[in-house]
Design a protein around this ligand. Structure first.
Ligand code: UDP
Length: 327
């Protein structure tokens, strides 16, 4: 069996990637410090606990497992937190990735699939975003991911590190079998917070800003199902195996939904009332982030077949009701 080192494999997206990798015949080796992830979510291959910044531990892991490739998910990923404490993002995300890339190169593991973000584009006045758009992040989270993208390009030029970069739009939903799902503590993401408000685990969902220059005044995002998203990663791995060259792909559906539209859909899917309050804007939020690219579909053969709002909320709701991870 071929080993793939999955950093952040105990997290939301990483754990779904491990399931997809194992279904595709790989052995996912999770490397995670459990700062935001859950050991309960590691179910599809071995688990090794460690920090990205611990180079000696990484060297040990590369030597022990001889992975064919790295899927690099481990990162801090909260826009609001990144504005309050940017040093965390430069340390964990950027310095951590540097240590990982150095260890990968030293071990001769030269294929990397990297989890980047549409937050690297920043606010671009209603433009549909494609991979050729300039990257002007407006928060430290996006800036940290852009820096890692630059690092990968420099490491390719110097050391032949081949990479596929995926710039995610908003990831949502859960494993349809409800074996794994989204669970952050504290939670900051729209859909899980809304599900908490629906079933009384919190008083209400606060809408962050109702005065944006969008049709209903709330932010617009392009939501993609986590299972579709991780399927693209398996295709990206195959792309590298076939030596098709380093490439950047957006992962979004090309359709944007406002916060109010997501709330309406959630009420419809769950058949419950969503208690809401209107609040001020959250620093660092862009008005609109929607993919304008079909590159992943055309070149990788990717299909976002589960990514309707109803399906994503339905799968998240089923997971939400079926239980959570524990420390
Ligand atoms: N949002 C909101 N209330 C919340 C959490 C999020 O109104 O309690 C909004 C947020 O301003 C953004 C959208 O929902 O427009 C998605 O935010 P999330 O944090 O889920 O993902 P992000 O876009 O930051 O990656």
């Amino acid at each position: 069996m071929t080993n793939v080192l999955v950093t952040g494999g105990a997290g939301y997206i990483g754990s779904h990637a491990c399931k997809a990798l194992s279904r595709a015949g790989y052995t996912p080796v999770t490397y995670d410090n459990l700062s935001t992830g859950w050991e309960d979510a590691v179910r599809f291959g071995p688990f090794e606990r460690g920090c990205l910044t611990d180079r000696a531990r990484l060297d040990q892991i590369f030597a022990a497992y001889q992975p064919q490739a790295v899927m690099h998910f481990a990162a801090l990923s909260q826009v609001g937190e990144s504005m309050r404490a940017p040093e965390l993002y430069w340390h964990n995300n950027v310095a951590g990735s540097l240590s990982l890339m150095q260890a990968a190169v030293a071990a001769g593991c030269l294929d990397v699939v990297f989890s980047s973000t549409c937050a690297t584009y920043g606010d671009q006045d209603n433009v549909l975003l494609d991979e050729g758009c300039a990257q002007h992040p407006i928060n430290a989270y996006g800036a940290s991911k852009r820096a890692i993208e630059d690092m990968l390009r420099d490491f390719e030029a110097a050391y032949g590190l081949r990479h596929v970069i995926f710039r995610y739009f908003n990831v949502a939903g859960a494993d349809p079998e409800a074996e794994i799902g989204e669970f952050h503590q504290p939670e900051t993401h729209l859909i899980p917070l809304m599900l908490d408000a629906i079933d009384g685990k919190r008083n209400a969902l606060t809408i962050f800003g109702t005065d944006y220059d969008t049709p209903d005044g709330t932010c617009i995002r392009d939501y993609v199902h986590v299972c579709d998203l991780v399927q693209a990663h398996v295709l990206g791995l195959n792309w590298l195996e076939e030596r098709r060259g380093s490439r950047v792909f957006n992962l979004g559906t090309g359709t944007g939904f406002s916060v109010r539209e997501v709330i309406e859909q959630s009420a419809a899917v769950t058949n419950r009332v969503v208690p809401i309050v209107e609040g001020p804007r959250r620093p660092g939020d862009c008005a609109r982030l929607v993919s304008g690219s079909t590159r992943a579909t055309v070149e990788l053969g990717w299909q976002a077949s589960r990514s309707t709002l109803a399906q994503m909320i339905g799968d998240a709701w089923r997971w939400h009701q079926s239980g959570h991870y524990t420390k």
